[in-house]
Design a protein around this ligand. Structure first.
Ligand SMILES: NC(=O)c1ccc[n+]([C@@H]2O[C@H](COP(=O)([O-])OP(=O)(O)OC[C@H]3O[C@@H](n4cnc5c(N)ncnc54)[C@H](OP(=O)(O)O)[C@@H]3O)[C@@H](O)[C@H]2O)c1
Length: 356
Protein backbone atom coordinates (compact mmCIF):
# COMPACT_ATOMS: atom_id res chain seq x y z
CA UNK A 1 0.00 0.00 0.00
CA UNK A 2 2.73 2.44 1.04
CA UNK A 3 4.76 1.43 -2.00
CA UNK A 4 1.86 2.26 -4.32
CA UNK A 5 1.39 5.67 -2.72
CA UNK A 6 5.05 6.65 -3.02
CA UNK A 7 5.09 5.57 -6.67
CA UNK A 8 2.15 7.89 -7.32
CA UNK A 9 3.91 10.82 -5.64
CA UNK A 10 6.98 10.05 -7.68
CA UNK A 11 5.10 10.22 -10.98
CA UNK A 12 3.63 13.61 -10.11
CA UNK A 13 7.04 14.95 -9.18
CA UNK A 14 8.83 13.71 -12.28
CA UNK A 15 6.34 14.15 -15.11
CA UNK A 16 6.49 17.69 -16.47
CA UNK A 17 3.24 17.47 -18.44
CA UNK A 18 4.70 19.78 -21.14
CA UNK A 19 5.84 17.10 -23.57
CA UNK A 20 3.25 18.03 -26.18
CA UNK A 21 4.82 21.49 -26.67
CA UNK A 22 8.29 20.12 -27.36
CA UNK A 23 9.54 19.43 -30.88
CA UNK A 24 12.20 16.84 -31.73
CA UNK A 25 14.66 17.29 -34.57
CA UNK A 26 15.81 14.29 -36.57
CA UNK A 27 17.92 13.49 -39.63
CA UNK A 28 16.13 11.78 -42.49
CA UNK A 29 18.22 10.13 -45.22
CA UNK A 30 16.72 11.05 -48.58
CA UNK A 31 19.44 9.81 -50.98
CA UNK A 32 21.59 6.70 -50.92
CA UNK A 33 25.26 7.51 -50.30
CA UNK A 34 27.54 7.60 -53.29
CA UNK A 35 31.16 7.73 -52.23
CA UNK A 36 31.50 9.89 -49.13
CA UNK A 37 28.28 10.85 -47.32
CA UNK A 38 27.19 14.42 -48.15
CA UNK A 39 25.13 17.00 -46.28
CA UNK A 40 22.48 17.02 -48.99
CA UNK A 41 21.93 13.27 -48.66
CA UNK A 42 19.94 14.25 -45.55
CA UNK A 43 17.30 16.66 -44.41
CA UNK A 44 16.62 17.71 -40.84
CA UNK A 45 12.95 17.37 -39.94
CA UNK A 46 11.02 18.68 -36.92
CA UNK A 47 8.58 16.35 -35.26
CA UNK A 48 5.92 17.00 -32.60
CA UNK A 49 5.93 14.75 -29.53
CA UNK A 50 2.82 13.16 -28.03
CA UNK A 51 2.06 13.15 -24.31
CA UNK A 52 3.73 10.33 -22.37
CA UNK A 53 1.77 7.18 -21.76
CA UNK A 54 2.07 5.15 -18.58
CA UNK A 55 5.52 3.50 -18.43
CA UNK A 56 7.13 5.82 -21.00
CA UNK A 57 10.01 8.26 -20.70
CA UNK A 58 11.08 11.30 -22.70
CA UNK A 59 14.81 11.65 -23.31
CA UNK A 60 17.02 14.47 -24.56
CA UNK A 61 20.14 13.50 -26.52
CA UNK A 62 23.48 14.55 -25.02
CA UNK A 63 25.96 12.48 -27.04
CA UNK A 64 25.36 10.88 -30.44
CA UNK A 65 27.55 8.05 -31.64
CA UNK A 66 29.32 8.16 -35.00
CA UNK A 67 30.08 4.69 -36.35
CA UNK A 68 31.19 3.06 -39.62
CA UNK A 69 27.99 0.97 -39.83
CA UNK A 70 26.11 4.21 -40.52
CA UNK A 71 27.87 4.34 -43.89
CA UNK A 72 27.63 0.60 -44.54
CA UNK A 73 24.05 -0.23 -43.55
CA UNK A 74 21.82 2.47 -45.08
CA UNK A 75 21.69 0.71 -48.44
CA UNK A 76 19.41 -1.82 -46.73
CA UNK A 77 16.74 0.79 -45.86
CA UNK A 78 13.90 2.07 -48.05
CA UNK A 79 14.16 5.86 -48.49
CA UNK A 80 13.31 8.26 -47.00
CA UNK A 81 14.32 6.82 -43.65
CA UNK A 82 15.26 8.08 -40.20
CA UNK A 83 19.00 7.90 -39.64
CA UNK A 84 20.12 5.03 -37.41
CA UNK A 85 22.50 5.16 -34.47
CA UNK A 86 23.15 4.97 -30.75
CA UNK A 87 23.01 7.83 -28.29
CA UNK A 88 23.35 8.77 -24.65
CA UNK A 89 20.35 10.75 -23.48
CA UNK A 90 19.06 12.32 -20.29
CA UNK A 91 15.58 11.50 -19.03
CA UNK A 92 13.68 14.80 -18.91
CA UNK A 93 10.18 13.47 -18.21
CA UNK A 94 9.08 10.12 -16.89
CA UNK A 95 6.03 8.03 -16.24
CA UNK A 96 8.11 5.05 -15.19
CA UNK A 97 9.36 4.95 -11.61
CA UNK A 98 12.41 2.85 -12.52
CA UNK A 99 13.60 5.58 -14.90
CA UNK A 100 13.62 8.86 -12.97
CA UNK A 101 14.17 12.32 -14.43
CA UNK A 102 17.85 13.30 -14.46
CA UNK A 103 19.24 9.80 -15.09
CA UNK A 104 21.00 8.88 -18.34
CA UNK A 105 20.18 6.03 -20.69
CA UNK A 106 21.84 4.58 -23.77
CA UNK A 107 19.75 3.44 -26.71
CA UNK A 108 19.40 3.05 -30.46
CA UNK A 109 17.38 6.23 -30.90
CA UNK A 110 19.04 7.39 -34.14
CA UNK A 111 20.13 10.89 -35.12
CA UNK A 112 17.48 12.80 -33.18
CA UNK A 113 17.30 15.25 -30.31
CA UNK A 114 14.32 13.94 -28.30
CA UNK A 115 12.83 10.47 -28.02
CA UNK A 116 9.84 8.93 -26.29
CA UNK A 117 10.18 5.25 -25.47
CA UNK A 118 8.92 2.55 -23.15
CA UNK A 119 11.95 0.95 -21.48
CA UNK A 120 9.97 -2.21 -20.73
CA UNK A 121 9.85 -2.90 -24.48
CA UNK A 122 13.56 -2.24 -25.05
CA UNK A 123 15.42 -3.93 -22.20
CA UNK A 124 17.41 -7.00 -23.27
CA UNK A 125 16.82 -6.38 -26.99
CA UNK A 126 19.74 -6.13 -29.41
CA UNK A 127 20.21 -2.93 -31.42
CA UNK A 128 22.96 -0.64 -32.60
CA UNK A 129 23.35 0.24 -28.92
CA UNK A 130 21.31 -1.81 -26.43
CA UNK A 131 19.01 0.18 -24.14
CA UNK A 132 20.41 0.62 -20.61
CA UNK A 133 19.93 2.83 -17.61
CA UNK A 134 23.44 4.14 -17.02
CA UNK A 135 25.08 4.08 -13.60
CA UNK A 136 27.02 7.12 -12.41
CA UNK A 137 30.18 6.97 -14.54
CA UNK A 138 31.99 9.78 -12.71
CA UNK A 139 34.84 10.79 -13.20
CA UNK A 140 34.26 9.78 -16.83
CA UNK A 141 31.77 11.53 -19.10
CA UNK A 142 28.55 9.63 -19.90
CA UNK A 143 29.84 9.39 -23.49
CA UNK A 144 32.10 6.48 -22.49
CA UNK A 145 28.94 4.38 -22.69
CA UNK A 146 29.13 4.87 -26.47
CA UNK A 147 32.73 3.69 -26.63
CA UNK A 148 34.88 1.88 -24.15
CA UNK A 149 31.87 0.98 -21.95
CA UNK A 150 29.45 0.54 -24.81
CA UNK A 151 29.04 -1.17 -28.15
CA UNK A 152 32.59 -0.68 -29.42
CA UNK A 153 34.01 -1.79 -26.06
CA UNK A 154 32.02 -5.00 -26.21
CA UNK A 155 33.00 -5.53 -29.84
CA UNK A 156 36.64 -5.45 -28.76
CA UNK A 157 36.05 -7.61 -25.68
CA UNK A 158 33.95 -10.40 -27.20
CA UNK A 159 35.51 -10.27 -30.68
CA UNK A 160 39.01 -10.77 -29.34
CA UNK A 161 38.28 -13.15 -26.48
CA UNK A 162 35.66 -15.33 -28.15
CA UNK A 163 36.77 -15.38 -31.80
CA UNK A 164 40.55 -14.97 -31.63
CA UNK A 165 40.97 -16.70 -28.25
CA UNK A 166 44.53 -15.41 -27.82
CA UNK A 167 46.96 -17.17 -25.52
CA UNK A 168 49.69 -15.42 -23.56
CA UNK A 169 52.84 -15.05 -25.67
CA UNK A 170 51.00 -15.11 -28.99
CA UNK A 171 51.12 -12.25 -31.51
CA UNK A 172 47.99 -10.27 -32.40
CA UNK A 173 47.82 -8.03 -35.48
CA UNK A 174 45.13 -5.32 -35.62
CA UNK A 175 44.07 -3.07 -38.48
CA UNK A 176 42.10 0.11 -37.83
CA UNK A 177 44.26 -0.01 -34.71
CA UNK A 178 43.82 3.58 -33.53
CA UNK A 179 40.04 3.58 -33.87
CA UNK A 180 37.46 2.89 -31.17
CA UNK A 181 37.48 -0.90 -31.53
CA UNK A 182 41.11 -1.35 -32.62
CA UNK A 183 42.69 0.72 -29.83
CA UNK A 184 40.65 -1.23 -27.30
CA UNK A 185 41.49 -4.67 -28.79
CA UNK A 186 45.22 -3.90 -28.58
CA UNK A 187 44.99 -2.99 -24.91
CA UNK A 188 43.08 -6.17 -24.05
CA UNK A 189 45.71 -8.08 -26.02
CA UNK A 190 48.42 -6.57 -23.81
CA UNK A 191 46.41 -7.37 -20.66
CA UNK A 192 46.26 -10.99 -21.89
CA UNK A 193 50.05 -11.13 -22.23
CA UNK A 194 50.30 -11.01 -26.03
CA UNK A 195 52.56 -9.18 -28.45
CA UNK A 196 50.42 -6.55 -30.19
CA UNK A 197 51.13 -5.05 -33.61
CA UNK A 198 48.83 -2.35 -34.99
CA UNK A 199 48.30 -0.68 -38.35
CA UNK A 200 46.86 2.84 -38.44
CA UNK A 201 46.67 5.74 -40.87
CA UNK A 202 49.15 8.31 -39.51
CA UNK A 203 52.50 8.53 -37.71
CA UNK A 204 50.80 10.44 -34.90
CA UNK A 205 48.28 7.63 -34.37
CA UNK A 206 51.11 5.06 -34.37
CA UNK A 207 53.03 7.08 -31.78
CA UNK A 208 49.92 7.19 -29.57
CA UNK A 209 49.48 3.41 -29.86
CA UNK A 210 53.08 2.66 -28.89
CA UNK A 211 53.71 5.39 -26.31
CA UNK A 212 50.31 5.71 -24.65
CA UNK A 213 48.57 2.38 -25.13
CA UNK A 214 51.55 0.02 -24.93
CA UNK A 215 51.34 -1.58 -28.40
CA UNK A 216 54.63 -3.36 -29.11
CA UNK A 217 54.75 -1.90 -32.60
CA UNK A 218 52.49 0.26 -34.74
CA UNK A 219 52.92 1.04 -38.44
CA UNK A 220 51.46 3.68 -40.72
CA UNK A 221 49.82 1.50 -43.38
CA UNK A 222 49.81 4.45 -45.79
CA UNK A 223 53.60 4.75 -45.90
CA UNK A 224 55.19 1.39 -44.98
CA UNK A 225 55.72 -1.79 -46.97
CA UNK A 226 53.26 -4.12 -45.19
CA UNK A 227 55.34 -7.26 -45.71
CA UNK A 228 58.46 -5.60 -44.28
CA UNK A 229 56.47 -4.13 -41.39
CA UNK A 230 55.07 -7.56 -40.52
CA UNK A 231 58.56 -9.08 -40.57
CA UNK A 232 59.82 -6.38 -38.24
CA UNK A 233 56.79 -6.08 -35.96
CA UNK A 234 55.85 -9.74 -35.73
CA UNK A 235 59.11 -11.75 -35.84
CA UNK A 236 57.22 -14.90 -34.72
CA UNK A 237 54.52 -14.26 -37.32
CA UNK A 238 50.84 -13.65 -36.45
CA UNK A 239 48.60 -15.97 -34.42
CA UNK A 240 45.51 -13.77 -34.18
CA UNK A 241 44.32 -11.11 -36.60
CA UNK A 242 41.57 -8.66 -35.64
CA UNK A 243 40.39 -7.38 -39.02
CA UNK A 244 38.64 -3.99 -39.01
CA UNK A 245 39.39 -2.92 -42.57
CA UNK A 246 39.48 -5.77 -45.11
CA UNK A 247 41.18 -5.19 -48.48
CA UNK A 248 44.75 -5.99 -49.52
CA UNK A 249 46.33 -5.32 -46.10
CA UNK A 250 44.15 -8.10 -44.67
CA UNK A 251 45.31 -10.52 -47.37
CA UNK A 252 48.92 -9.63 -46.54
CA UNK A 253 48.40 -10.27 -42.84
CA UNK A 254 46.44 -13.50 -43.35
CA UNK A 255 49.25 -14.73 -45.60
CA UNK A 256 51.69 -14.09 -42.72
CA UNK A 257 49.94 -16.17 -40.07
CA UNK A 258 51.03 -19.20 -38.08
CA UNK A 259 49.48 -22.63 -38.21
CA UNK A 260 46.01 -22.69 -36.58
CA UNK A 261 45.83 -18.88 -36.58
CA UNK A 262 42.49 -17.21 -35.83
CA UNK A 263 40.99 -14.24 -37.65
CA UNK A 264 38.13 -12.17 -36.20
CA UNK A 265 36.49 -10.39 -39.12
CA UNK A 266 34.95 -7.35 -37.47
CA UNK A 267 34.48 -5.01 -40.45
CA UNK A 268 35.82 -3.88 -43.81
CA UNK A 269 35.89 -0.10 -43.61
CA UNK A 270 38.38 0.16 -46.49
CA UNK A 271 35.48 -0.64 -48.83
CA UNK A 272 32.57 1.29 -47.28
CA UNK A 273 32.91 4.42 -49.44
CA UNK A 274 33.80 2.46 -52.58
CA UNK A 275 31.33 1.84 -55.40
CA UNK A 276 32.96 -1.49 -56.35
CA UNK A 277 34.81 -4.00 -54.22
CA UNK A 278 38.62 -4.14 -54.60
CA UNK A 279 40.38 -7.21 -56.00
CA UNK A 280 42.77 -8.65 -53.41
CA UNK A 281 45.36 -11.42 -53.14
CA UNK A 282 43.78 -14.86 -52.90
CA UNK A 283 43.53 -16.22 -49.34
CA UNK A 284 42.60 -19.87 -49.80
CA UNK A 285 46.14 -21.31 -50.03
CA UNK A 286 47.13 -19.68 -46.71
CA UNK A 287 43.86 -20.71 -45.07
CA UNK A 288 44.29 -24.32 -46.13
CA UNK A 289 48.04 -24.67 -45.61
CA UNK A 290 48.03 -23.02 -42.18
CA UNK A 291 44.62 -24.44 -41.23
CA UNK A 292 43.35 -20.98 -40.29
CA UNK A 293 40.00 -20.26 -38.71
CA UNK A 294 38.32 -17.13 -40.07
CA UNK A 295 35.09 -16.02 -38.46
CA UNK A 296 32.92 -12.97 -38.92
CA UNK A 297 30.78 -11.70 -36.06
CA UNK A 298 28.25 -9.11 -35.02
CA UNK A 299 28.60 -7.94 -31.45
CA UNK A 300 24.92 -8.41 -30.64
CA UNK A 301 25.63 -12.16 -30.71
CA UNK A 302 26.57 -11.54 -27.06
CA UNK A 303 23.52 -9.48 -26.08
CA UNK A 304 22.85 -11.95 -23.25
CA UNK A 305 26.36 -11.35 -21.89
CA UNK A 306 26.35 -7.58 -22.50
CA UNK A 307 26.95 -6.65 -18.86
CA UNK A 308 29.86 -9.08 -18.58
CA UNK A 309 31.74 -7.13 -21.26
CA UNK A 310 30.88 -3.74 -19.78
CA UNK A 311 31.91 -4.83 -16.29
CA UNK A 312 35.22 -6.32 -17.47
CA UNK A 313 36.05 -3.13 -19.36
CA UNK A 314 34.94 -0.96 -16.41
CA UNK A 315 37.14 -2.97 -14.08
CA UNK A 316 40.20 -2.51 -16.34
CA UNK A 317 39.37 1.18 -16.76
CA UNK A 318 39.17 1.68 -12.98
CA UNK A 319 42.44 -0.20 -12.47
CA UNK A 320 44.24 1.98 -15.00
CA UNK A 321 44.76 -0.90 -17.44
CA UNK A 322 42.54 0.56 -20.14
CA UNK A 323 42.81 4.05 -21.61
CA UNK A 324 40.54 5.77 -24.07
CA UNK A 325 40.43 8.82 -26.27
CA UNK A 326 37.43 10.51 -27.88
CA UNK A 327 37.22 12.63 -31.00
CA UNK A 328 34.46 15.05 -30.04
CA UNK A 329 32.50 16.99 -32.66
CA UNK A 330 30.10 19.64 -31.40
CA UNK A 331 26.48 20.33 -32.29
CA UNK A 332 23.57 18.41 -33.78
CA UNK A 333 24.18 20.22 -37.09
CA UNK A 334 27.62 18.60 -37.27
CA UNK A 335 26.49 14.95 -37.57
CA UNK A 336 27.29 14.58 -41.27
CA UNK A 337 30.69 16.26 -40.92
CA UNK A 338 31.49 13.88 -38.09
CA UNK A 339 30.55 10.83 -40.19
CA UNK A 340 32.64 12.11 -43.10
CA UNK A 341 35.52 12.77 -40.68
CA UNK A 342 35.35 9.26 -39.23
CA UNK A 343 35.52 7.70 -42.68
CA UNK A 344 38.50 9.94 -43.55
CA UNK A 345 40.32 8.85 -40.40
CA UNK A 346 40.05 12.09 -38.40
CA UNK A 347 39.40 10.20 -35.18
CA UNK A 348 41.71 8.55 -32.71
CA UNK A 349 39.54 6.44 -30.41
CA UNK A 350 35.77 6.87 -30.37
CA UNK A 351 34.09 9.48 -32.57
CA UNK A 352 31.11 11.20 -30.92
CA UNK A 353 29.01 14.32 -31.32
CA UNK A 354 28.22 16.34 -28.21
CA UNK A 355 24.82 17.87 -28.77
CA UNK A 356 24.04 19.19 -25.29
N1 LIG B 1 31.11 -6.62 -36.19
C1 LIG B 1 30.62 -5.77 -35.32
O1 LIG B 1 29.73 -6.07 -34.53
C2 LIG B 1 31.21 -4.38 -35.30
C3 LIG B 1 30.94 -3.49 -34.26
C4 LIG B 1 31.58 -2.23 -34.28
C5 LIG B 1 32.43 -1.90 -35.31
N2 LIG B 1 32.63 -2.79 -36.32
C6 LIG B 1 33.58 -2.52 -37.40
O2 LIG B 1 34.84 -2.33 -36.80
C7 LIG B 1 35.62 -1.43 -37.58
C8 LIG B 1 36.10 -0.29 -36.69
O3 LIG B 1 34.97 0.42 -36.21
P1 LIG B 1 35.14 1.60 -35.16
O4 LIG B 1 33.78 1.91 -34.65
O5 LIG B 1 36.21 1.28 -34.19
O6 LIG B 1 35.59 2.82 -36.09
P2 LIG B 1 36.97 3.58 -36.00
O7 LIG B 1 38.04 2.58 -36.22
O8 LIG B 1 37.00 4.38 -34.74
O9 LIG B 1 36.92 4.64 -37.18
C9 LIG B 1 37.13 4.33 -38.45
C10 LIG B 1 38.64 4.32 -38.81
O10 LIG B 1 38.79 3.54 -39.97
C11 LIG B 1 39.99 3.90 -40.60
N3 LIG B 1 39.83 3.88 -42.06
C12 LIG B 1 39.05 4.65 -42.83
N4 LIG B 1 39.21 4.34 -44.12
C13 LIG B 1 40.13 3.35 -44.16
C14 LIG B 1 40.74 2.59 -45.21
N5 LIG B 1 40.44 2.81 -46.50
N6 LIG B 1 41.65 1.65 -44.87
C15 LIG B 1 41.97 1.42 -43.59
N7 LIG B 1 41.43 2.10 -42.55
C16 LIG B 1 40.52 3.05 -42.85
C17 LIG B 1 40.33 5.32 -40.13
O11 LIG B 1 41.57 5.25 -39.40
P3 LIG B 1 43.01 5.33 -40.14
O12 LIG B 1 43.50 6.72 -39.90
O13 LIG B 1 43.78 4.30 -39.43
O14 LIG B 1 42.80 5.06 -41.62
C18 LIG B 1 39.19 5.68 -39.20
O15 LIG B 1 39.62 6.43 -38.09
C19 LIG B 1 34.73 -1.01 -38.74
O16 LIG B 1 34.99 -1.84 -39.84
C20 LIG B 1 33.33 -1.28 -38.23
O17 LIG B 1 32.41 -1.49 -39.28
C21 LIG B 1 32.03 -4.02 -36.33
Amino acid sequence: MFKKFSALCYLRRSYSGDVGKLKAQKYVLTKYFQGEPKTNDFKIVEEGLPELKDGEILTEAHYLSVDPYMRAYMIGYKLPTDMIGGQIAKIIASRNEKYPVGKFVSGSFGWRTHTICDPRKLIGKAGFLPFMLLPDLNPHPASVALGILGMTGNTAYFGLKEICQPKSGETIAITGAAGAVGSHVGQIGKIMGCRVVGFAGSDEKCKYLEKELGFDRAFNYKTVDIKAALKEGAPNRVDCYFDNVGGEISSRIINYMNKYGRVAVCGSISSYNEASLPKVTILQPAIVYNELKIEGFLVDRWINRWEEGINANLNWLQNGKLKYQEKVYHGFDNMVNALIGLLRGENTGKAIVKVK
